[in-house]
Write a protein that binds this ligand. Sequence first.
Ligand code: PRP
Length: 213
Amino acid sequence: MITLALSKGRIFDETLPLLKAAGIEVLEDPEKSRKLILPTSHPGVRVVLVRASDVPTYVQYGGADLGVTGLDTLIEHGSLGLYQPLDLQIARCRVSVAVRSDFDYTSAVRQGSRLKVATKYVGIAREFFAAKGVHVDLIKLYGSMELAPLTGLADAIVDLVSTGNTLKANQLVEVERIMDISSRLVVNQAALKLKQQPIRRIIDAFAGAIGKN
Ligand code: PRP
């Protein structure tokens, strides 16, 4: 049995065409079912639904053989024990710094003052500001980052931006683009050895379908 870990939402939806290219169809809609293990049209393949931030953990420890995860999540988790054969070029977005539109970010950074930064991406933020030589106090949050500058919790946030609509709706502006993000296929290294043929077939089919939707 091959187990593929996916998270609900954009990653799940955008992985379906890649699975289809591998001749695999997921037989239940996760938005309609409460099941966490979904059968597929291929008796030897199943999909498990996990939180986006848990996908690398499942694959690293063998709870799943493969998974699809954003580069942001992968960087924060670390890639120990994970083989990363493909950039799937799906769920594309970016990690950016954003502030209130009335906050003078350029001056704050130039003057060398300490910046309070709220984020779920503590590792990415720490490395980015360290490379710029900007002192930051990092505040770890788990969601709704946009609220932090609006409530005075932080001067800036480091968060995912896709359309920019969430920032705009909260009177925030993007002041720096840290990195472009897309989803990656990750594979458990031991599984790749033990179940080489079926896993290789999936990797090859995904590779052939990248960018075609
Ligand atoms: C992400 C991110 C922003 C939003 C950006 O949240 O945290 O809130 O998307 O998208 P936009 O630029 O198109 O408005 P997501 O919906 O992934 O949920 P999260 O809050 O759990 O991260």
